[in-house]
Design a protein around this ligand. Structure first.
Ligand code: 5GP
Ligand code: MN
Length: 325
């Protein structure tokens, strides 16, 4: 992140009155928590804030303070004098509204993805940050605003979920430092964990069963894949928000180096989530298909059949040399 950019963003924000905070489709804890934490600060500063997310918010995040304020309809984007895009590697991640947002005067880009492609002066992009929430935290400090309990709960949840409960490679010292501060401010870790990890609906658990049953391994055993079909979701009465986190399971298999969750979106479109452990760069892999993300966690959308997409993934797996061989 360029020197002074936090300072510049803070002074720019101070001069704007109507701000739109937009985050990515299929939001995760970081997308939601970072947006709400920042928005709450801006409201304290007397600004009009609108939170936009094209997708519905998964049930497990309903406890996050302010979450009910997210809107899925974006009318009159031109009335905002700044748009803050949170946790998006490219503008298209916002969904259909990206076209409207792209024409707005000022875009502030807060992100930690290594494949971030949003250009502009206000790039608050730090690929070493554990989560977008870390950058939001730094911006809050720059704005010299106090962190209230609702803000603390949002920042804590964002970091907890984006680091996979401090298990993923983006877990850094700052993650612990910020979370410790949030606990001092009243956040109770076990209560947050209960909300995020302990509130499965029966349908979601049944869906997990179906998904785990779909497990397939490449012949060299370094790649494992699971599938989510529309039929599985219909059968279990679940939706896309219920899939969050399932991609981690195939990566648990000893000996695998990367894994995928292949999700049927509609008759044509498929979303692929990729995860790796160690030295395999799945962000580069996703970029080849027009997607992006992090070194160990990435994704892309692709048109085709489940069969054709899986065949392509198996071909990639066959061409990857195992780091242990
Ligand atoms: P997930 O697989 O959970 O959807 O996403 C994993 C990571 O990859 C996230 O950091 C997410 O932002 C990124 N990602 C997922 N899908 C896409 C995509 O279609 N385009 C880009 N640029 N990034 C994606
Ligand atoms: Mn995210």
């Amino acid at each position: 992140m360029k020197k002074n950019v936090l300072k510049k963003a803070a002074s720019l924000i101070k001069n704007k009155t109507r701000l739109l905070i937009a985050t990515h489709v299929n939001p995760d804890g970081d997308a939601i928590g970072s947006s709400l934490a920042l928005g709450e600060i801006l409201k304290m500063m007397g600004k009009e804030v609108v939170y936009y997310c094209e997708s519905s918010i998964p049930d497990k995040y309903f406890f996050m303070p302010g979450v009910d304020q997210f809107t899925r309809e974006l009318a009159g984007a031109e009335r905002f004098n700044a748009v803050i895009v949170v946790d998006c590697g490219d503008l298209e991640r916002v969904g259909d509204a990206s076209k409207k947002i792209g024409t707005t005067e000022v875009i502030i880009n807060i992100d930690h993805h290594m494949t971030n492609q949003i250009s502009g002066e206000m790039r608050l992009v730090d690929t070493t940050a554990c989560a977008s929430a870390e950058i939001v935290y730094r911006l809050i400090k720059e704005l010299e605003r106090p962190i209230t309990f609702p803000i603390a709960l949002n920042l804590y949840t964002a970091i907890l979920t984006d680091t996979g409960s401090f298990r993923f490679s983006n877990t850094n010292r700052v993650a612990f430092r910020i979370c410790e501060e949030m606990v001092k401010l009243g956040v109770v870790p076990h209560l947050v964990a209960q909300q995020v990890y302990g509130t499965y609906s029966a349908g979601r658990l049944r869906l997990l069963n179906e998904v785990l049953n779909s497990l397939e391994l490449s012949s060299n055993k370094i790649f494992a894949m699971v599938t989510v079909t529309l039929e599985m979701m219909a059968k279990t009465g679940t939706g896309p928000g219920d899939i969050n986190g399932f991609v981690d399971y195939p990566r648990f298999i000893k000996g695998t180096e990367f894994s995928a969750l292949v999700q049927e979106i509609d008759g044509k479109k498929i979303h692929v989530s990729l995860r790796s452990k160690g030295k395999l760069d799945v962000a580069a892999m996703a970029e080849r298909f027009g997607g992006g993300g992090h070194f160990n966690a990435s994704g892309f959308n692709i048109e085709g059949t489940l069969k054709s997409v899986k065949t392509q993934l198996f071909q990639i797996a066959d061409s990857v040399e195992s780091s242990s061989s």
